[in-house]
Design a protein around this ligand. Structure first.
Ligand code: NAD
Length: 519
């Protein structure tokens, strides 16, 4: 199909970006433009030896970087923040050519970086500062909680938000004084490569951040074996493999995994807002957001009205391939992924689900397009009923009582995100808090929780271990060193005091301290 590639995406630019990837084997992977299926660039593939060397280089640079005063490190990210905004259009172009997402979503993805950088620029001095704690003996003893960088962090990123996950997760790791080795998905390596180029332009020492490329199972083991910490974003199945290996190596890891996210609409919800939200929840980023909605539970009293309005709104969506802001829904990331989404829908239909709209591929729009699809009658024996479909496919269900809605929402192995809509805010919050989910959005789908960078965001159950954002999102990239300081040696029984008397004194001392509120 004929579509004009964005002017910034020249062969020269792409070749410069991928030249950063170490590859002694000479092997390459054909990185394609999703809308056309045409090869954009031959992406070098890194061997295990290349990855080891990447870690060595990063580790060497890290030793010096960790010595930089925090203020000097943060200066790099202040500059980076403005460079990301300045070069926004080019970043959006790269995200779009490699992922096929609608330009509106590509733009939204870029916003995550200044938000994360801005938050940690302000917060890091407080979080990373030494903290003084009381010692075991008042006055003469104390303890300092100090934070040391872990070393070199391995960051494994998925294709659905390649720039946001590859770059945003690197920011706190680097601010904490670590080096970073990023492994993006082969399909979407361009925007993270450009992000690293901009970081270096902002003053990040060369070599500190490395980008290695390859298929996950080829690259993963060497990456994990050389890392001091692993930050992984991807599917639950892969997360389990990463977690097992990190566990064997006795290194920490943060696993941000999949979801099967529910939305509950209470009878007093504002239906105009709900329909708008539901459209974004089900079809935003063509349904390829880890926090998007695949299950909607609507109160009986409003179900029919909501269903009709939601179907009409889905059918009015502008779906298409264009490097402008016109389409509201873009392509899926690849033909393989489109086939996977289609197989979930076919399976649901074969087992009795009803298609209210969509349910088909859209070859007229591009090779990997699938129509926004709304299903009724989806049950747990269907692929779309239990597993993550990760496409523009959503199932509608009715409920009549709050307990029923909560039980249905919780009837899943996942626990990443939930969305609750209601006019009585306190009631909606109360319902939301009953859902077993790391994130809950009240009267919104996902952005309110995810963009609140001060609160840690992660999954529970099979949706993950650990979190990004908040103090935790920075502290996880550090080791705590506990420096105990004793001004005068007063531990143990003083000379000449029988041990029994010392025991009594210690017990009295603990009682007094408790009474005075010291311990
Ligand atoms: P994936 O698990 O297949 O791949 C993710 C990354 O891991 C890719 O870079 C891939 O190359 C790499 N990988 C694959 N096998 C590996 C291995 N054995 N060792 C090391 N690395 C390996 O996931 P995906 O299909 O690319 O991404 C979609 C999934 O990511 C969905 O499940 C989605 O919900 C999830 N996701 C979660 C979040 C979150 O924050 N919780 C955010 C975005 C995406």
């Amino acid at each position: 199909m004929s579509i004009k590639r964005p002017a910034s995406v020249t062969d020269e630019f792409l070749n410069r970006l991928v030249s950063r990837v170490p590859s002694t084997s000479g092997g390459t992977w054909k990185l394609t433009e999703v809308y056309t299926g045409e090869v954009l660039v031959e992406l070098p593939q890194s061997t295990p030896e290349d990855i080891e060397r990447a870690f060595e280089t990063s580790r060497k640079a890290q030793q010096e970087w960790a010595q930089w005063p925090l203020k000097k490190r943060l200066k790099v990210f202040k500059k980076f923040h403005s460079l990301v905004l300045k070069h926004n259009e080019t970043i959006v172009d790269l995200i779009q050519v490699e992922s096929g997402k609608a330009r509106r979503m590509a733009f939204e993805e870029t916003l995550d970086i200044p938000m994360v950088a801005g938050y940690y620029i302000k917060r890091a001095p407080k979080v990373l500062a030494d903290k003084k704690h009381a010692g075991p003996v008042p006055v003469v003893s104390s303890s300092l909680e100090t934070r040391q960088p872990k070393g070199v962090v391995g960051i494994i990123a998925p294709w659905n938000f390649p720039f946001a996950t590859g770059i945003s997760d690197s920011i706190p790791a680097l601010i904490a004084g670590n080096g970073v080795v990023v492994k993006p998905d082969n399909k979407t390596a361009l925007s993270p490569l450009y992000g690293i180029e901009l970081m270096e332009k902002a003053g990040l020492p060369k070599g500190l951040v490395q980008v290695v490329c390859g298929e996950g199972p080829d690259v993963g083991p060497t990456l994990i074996d050389n890392a001091n910490y692993v930050m992984f974003t991807g599917s639950t199945n892969t997360g389990r493999v990463i977690g097992e290996r990190a566990g064997r190596n006795l290194i920490g890891c943060c696993l941000e995994l999949g979801g099967k996210n529910p939305m509950i609409v209470l009878p007093d919800a504002n239906l105009d807002d709900v329909v708008k939200g539901a459209i974004f929840g089900a079809f935003g980023n063509t349904g390829q957001i880890c926090m998007h909605i695949e299950r909607m539970y609507i109160h009986d009293s409003i179900y029919d009205t909501f269903r009709d309005r939601f179907v009409a709104a889905a059918e009015a969506l502008k779906v298409g391939a264009a490097y402008d802001f016109e389409p509201e829904v873009g392509s899926l990331v690849s033909v393989d992924h489109k086939n996977r989404v289609a197989s979930h829908v076919e399976d649901a239909i074969a087992k009795g689900a009803k298609v209210l709209t969509g349910g088909r591929e859209l070859p007229e729009a591009g090779p990997a397009f699938f129509a926004p699809t709304i299903l009724e009658g989806v049950t747990k024996d269907m692929l779309a009923g239990v597993g993550e479909t990760f496409g523009p496919v959503v199932a509608l269900h009715r409920f009549s009582t709050e307990d029923e809605a909560v039980a249905l929402a919780n009837d899943t192995d996942y626990g990443l995100n939930a969305s609750v809509w209601g006019g009585d805010l306190d009631n909606a919050i109360r319902v939301g808090r009953r859902i077993q989910s790391g994130n809950v959005n009240i009267n919104d789908i996902l952005a309110t929780a995810y963009a609140s960078k001060g609160t840690p965001s992660g999954g529970v159950k099979q949706s993950g271990v650990g979190a990004r954002h908040g103090d935790q999102g920075l502290l996880k990239y550090t080791d705590c060193q506990n420096v105990g300081i004793l001004k005068k040696q007063v531990m143990g029984a003083p000379e000449g005091v029988p041990f029994e008397d010392n025991v009594k004194q210690q017990i009295i001392g603990l009682r007094v301290m408790r009474k005075l509120g010291i311990r």
